[in-house]
Unconditional design. Structure first.
Ligand SMILES: NC(=O)C1=CN([C@@H]2O[C@H](COP(=O)(O)OP(=O)(O)OC[C@H]3O[C@@H](n4cnc5c(N)ncnc54)[C@H](O)[C@@H]3O)[C@@H](O)[C@H]2O)[C@@H](O)CC1
Ligand SMILES: Nc1ncnc2c1ncn2[C@@H]1O[C@H](COP(=O)(O)OP(=O)(O)O)[C@@H](O)[C@H]1O
Ligand SMILES: [K+]
Length: 517
């Protein structure tokens, strides 16, 4: 799986490669600029041959000078508009010296009209942006306007659109601070968290990763960096090789080896969410699924269920009794449960059994007043699946800190505090385990699945996870949660327009078949 590197991890990867003598900083900059120039030529057909490149004061600007040289060598007309100080030190200075074409001060260019380019390339700031763009933006915008007029020309950002934090996906300086949106962003070596999180996808436009000859992202640098573990990207472009091993039953399997999921259902007339979770667990591969509901809700559910079995469960004592059956191998609580004292007791009884367990919705909100009581009962084979609101109820301080930091960091701290796997939902879904491992499922760009924003989609996700951790999957809960997140989005994309939550479990078999199972 691909790794997603933060700015600090990217710097230490580069430093490690240089320190072991494999390459110099100038080599990396040359490869970055050359690769970006090629990607720009690939993205814009031959009629596009005029580029204006905005170069900043650091290495991002240095990349811009290399792109200028390679596009010019390919026959493009190229003008560089640079900030004062651009290319004045180190490798960037060497690359600026090698550029012998037109170059003008950006502030001066703002006052003069020029020929309209086909492409404006943003090489102002990349991973080194340290403060808001404010004082500069007026000049930059005026310079672009002076060239392009009000008409649109294509916008390409090198590494990261200037103004966007490569680590968080927020605009540096806050929501109203300036940023230069792009139509295409060319990230060097690996994607960065900010390309996927928060406003990143909207500001980056489209994303292409340009290799620069560093070792693969998932190979750690020679000296362990003081930058924490690398986040995995769960979004393989082609049918994932791991899917069969993770989902398909073996020939020797029978229903009990595939696992028996117990889903706790809600009161009369509040049973739909749990029924959808139960159906999803069965469809994704659990051998048996039982829905346990309050006595008054038995008749309603009996009328609605066939392959899913039904059990009576009045309270926590009844649940403990049910759990004496050791074949119940995974539990799912939350969909359709109210956030009340009964639910709290059910959750604590379920956790006491020590089995792989998914807690969602009401099972999380029931602990809004006492998250520590929940955390004290959790164990590493529990998966919490909050949406942003539920996350804020359990981790109010982390939700507050999210304004500054990244979603990935917040979920990592949450998983460590909870001692369980935490999946925080959204177009970018972040998963972290108590062991420090983290992954990101990016339902954006080519894998966008906005149809998933429909009532009950989260209930289905809970069921998918429960179904996947009920059998052999219990040995790698974090990995199975990644598979569930991937299948959830893949299934929504397969169904497409008009999706409602009930469609997800019933579309799943087509997705599995599409991918060779
Ligand atoms: N780390 C790596 O492995 C590689 C990095 N490369 C490039 O290097 C970039 C990072 O370079 P740098 O660390 O020099 O950082 P940047 O070039 O992104 O920006 C840092 C420079 O901008 C100034 N600055 C920051 N915010 C400012 C603001 N709001 N207003 C005015 N000035 C501001 C800083 O003082 C510094 O001079 C990457 O994004 C990438 O484009 C590539 O050359 C390839 C290899
Ligand atoms: N725009 C989107 N792109 C991708 N996934 C989305 C989007 N909107 C919602 N989702 C997914 O849909 C699910 C909604 O879950 P949730 O908020 O718990 O709703 P509910 O409680 O109605 O089931 C989550 O898995 C979330 O990640
Ligand atoms: K940039």
């Amino acid at each position: 799986m691909t790794g997603i590197l933060t700015s600090a991890q990217m710097r230490s990867t580069e430093a490690a490669a240089i320190a072991c003598g494999k390459c110099s900083g100038a080599d990396l900059m040359e490869r970055a600029g050359q690769g970006a120039a090629q990607a720009i030529r690939d993205a814009f057909p031959v009629k596009h041959r005029h580029a204006v490149i905005l170069c900043g004061p650091g290495n991002n600007g240095g990349d811009g000078f290399v792109v200028a040289r390679h596009l010019a060598q390919a026959g493009w007309r190229v003008e560089v508009l640079s900030l004062p100080g651009a290319g004045q030190s180190g490798d960037a200075a060497r690359m600026a010296d090698l550029w012998d074409g037109p170059r003008e001060d950006l502030a001066r260019a703002a006052a003069e009209a020029g020929a309209r380019p086909d492409v404006v390339i943003d090489a102002l700031f990349g991973t080194g942006l340290g403060r808001p763009l404010d004082p500069l933006l007026a000049d930059v915008q005026a310079a672009v306007r002076a060239r392009a007029g009000e008409g649109a020309c294509a916008r390409v950002a090198l590494d990261c659109p200037s103004g966007l934090s490569a680590d968080t996906g927020e605009v540096v300086g806050g929501e109203d601070a300036p940023v230069l949106p792009a139509d295409l962003t060319l990230s060097f070596h690996s994607p960065k968290p900010g390309h996927y999180l928060s406003r990143g996808p909207e500001i980056c436009g489209a994303l292409t990763v340009v290799p620069i000859g560093l070792p693969p992202e998932d190979v750690p640098p020679l000296e362990a960096p003081p930058t924490g573990p690398i986040t995995r990207l769960v979004a393989p472009a082609s049918p994932p090789r791991w899917l069969g091993a993770r989902v398909a039953p073996g020939n020797g399997d029978h229903k009990y080896t595939r696992g028996h999921v117990l889903v706790l259902g809600g009161k009369v007339a509040q049973g739909g969410a749990a029924r959808m979770a139960a159906r999803a667990a069965l469809r994704v591969g659990a051998g048996l699924v039982t829905l346990a509901v309050p006595p008054a809700a038995l008749i309603e559910n009996a009328a609605r269920l066939d392959a899913v079995m039904l059990a009576r469960c009045a309270d926590a004592a009844a649940l403990t009794e049910l759990l004496e059956d050791a074949r119940l191998s995974a539990l799912c609580l939350g969909p359709g449960l109210p956030p009340d004292a009964r639910t709290r007791d059910l959750v604590l009884a379920a956790l006491g059994a020590g089995r792989p367990t998914v807690l969602d919705a009401g099972a999380l909100s029931a602990f809004a007043d006492a998250p520590d009581a929940l955390f004290a009962a959790l164990h590493p084979r529990v998966v919490l699946t909050p949406h942003e609101g539920e996350f804020a109820r359990l981790f109010p301080d982390l939700a507050e800190a999210r304004r500054e930091g990244s979603k990935i960091d917040a979920v990592r701290v949450a998983a460590d505090r909870a001692g369980a796997v935490v999946l925080l939902k959204g177009a970018a879904t972040v998963i972290a385990g108590p062991d420090g491992a983290s992954s990101l499922h990016a339902g954006v760009y080519a894998r966008a699945a906005p149809w998933l924003g429909t009532a009950g989609a989260g209930d289905v996700l809970s069921g998918l996870i429960a179904g996947l951790i009920a059998g052999r999957g219990a040995q790698d809960v974090h990995g199975q949660v990644e598979v569930a997140a991937w299948l959830h989005v893949e299934t929504a994309r397969r169904f497409g327009p008009g999706l409602i939550a009930e469609d997800l479990p019933d579309t799943l078999p087509q997705v599995l078949r599409d991918h060779g199972l």
